[in-house]
Write a protein that binds this ligand. Structure first.
Ligand code: SF4
Length: 371
């Protein structure tokens, strides 16, 4: 059964009602469970769990430390292109926005990756808009060749590729791929995804199958918080995670929770997710799944990231530039950026903050060598 078929068995409003009807007893039962179920996860993200947030934080902290030690992996996004064939209402790169566009040449990629290496990073996340006429599998393969001498781990956040495309890139050093479904609200999905391949809800969900079949080492998934009720969307993300884990059990998984940030074009969040809500969600995921990696990007504030560092998170980006060419030429082309970052500390400052809390900042993920 595909995940699209599984989704057919659920109704968005019923799930929302179920989450909001969870009781104190449901939360206690979830916290007492040795192996929390998806029903327990619903209780942990429900309003009924709010009085238990400190207990959830303690539990999340202990589970994370037991599984991942006192470490935080550091990574940096490298934007290769801001061309996009899709029109997502919430994104600065939308094809409908009249912004300057750029795709990095191979010489510019080398310039960027050298500037990134000088900052200390070994884990590079390559990001593009979704435009396969500007950045396709062949382009990524060439980019990998340039980047590999400077990096121990390459991740991708680009348009969904075919199974063949992922296999080609795995052969060439690809480790992790992030695809964001953005929202699992199928009926409302077209309101946010107006044009292009991404407008096809089912097609986007099916993209995860290509990742599993190509045996990509790690799959990252998540929603964009702010579009729909984060509780219901998180339930479906957890359901998707459980499905993928069962079907592609050799693969590792990572979850992240981008919240809407200011960008070119106007889009106000429909549903506000507060810092407290996001903290609750992180704790709930950790209690639900001890092994899932949890990433927190520079979309979040320095204060929030500092507080969450020991409480469930396993990787963080730092000193991020969200425009192509942003590292070699920091103050140039700011109008090319996807969104404004919230935490603008340097990589060195982040590493110092991590160390000051008794943790180790990990620049190099040895997993990359051990595959
Ligand atoms: S979210 Fe991604 S696919 Fe949508 S417009 Fe932005 S870059 Fe393109």
């Amino acid at each position: 059964m595909t995940f699209n078929q599984i989704l057919e068995q659920y109704h968005w409003d019923d799930i929302t009602q179920k989450i909001y009807a969870k009781t104190d007893a449901d939360v206690q039962s979830a916290l007492n469970s040795q192996s929390p179920s998806i029903e327990d996860f619903m209780a942990l993200i429900s309003p009924a769990a709010q009085p238990y947030i400190e207990e959830m934080a303690r539990r999340s902290h202990l589970l994370t430390q037991k599984r991942f030690g006192k470490t935080i992996q550091l990574y940096v996004p490298l934007y290769l292109s801001n061309f996009c064939q899709n029109a997502c209402a919430y994104c600065g790169f939308s094809a409908q926005n009249k912004i300057q566009r750029k795709v990095l040449s191979f010489e510019e990629i080398e310039e960027e990756v050298k500037a990134i290496a000088d900052l200390g990073f070994k884990h590079i996340l390559l990001v593009t808009g979704e435009a396969d006429n500007k950045a396709d599998v062949e382009y990524f393969k060439k980019a990998f060749e340039i980047i590999k001498p400077y990096s121990s781990l390459i991740s991708l956040e680009v348009q969904p590729l075919s199974e063949w495309g992922y296999k080609e890139l795995v052969k060439n050093g690809l480790n992790t791929v992030y695809i964001y479904q953005e929202t699992y609200h199928k009926a409302n999905y077209p309101k946010y995804h107006l044009k292009g391949k991404k407008a096809d809800f089912e097609n986007r969900i099916n993209a995860f199958e290509n990742l599993g079949k190509a045996e990509v080492h790690k799959i990252g998934l998540g929603i964009l918080a702010g579009l729909e009720d984060w509780r219901t969307d998180s339930f479906f993300t957890a359901l998707h995670l459980s499905y993928l884990k069962k079907k592609y059990w050799k693969t590792k998984y990572s979850i992240s929770f981008p919240r809407l940030r200011p960008h070119e074009g106007v889009f106000e969040p429909n549903f506000v997710m507060t810092d407290k809500d996001l903290a609750q969600l992180i704790f709930a995921y950790r209690i639900f799944d001890e092994n899932v990696e949890i990433a927190l990007s520079t979309r979040e504030s320095a204060t929030f990231r500092d507080h969450m560092m020991k409480l469930g998170v396993t990787s963080m980006s730092a000193e991020s530039q969200t425009q192509p060419g942003g590292y070699a030429h920091k103050d140039k082309d700011k109008d090319l950026e996807q969104f404004e970052v919230n935490d603008s500390r340097t990589a060195k400052e982040m590493a110092e903050m991590i160390r000051s809390q008794g943790y180790e900042a990990v620049w190099k993920d040895w997993d990359g060598y051990l595959q």
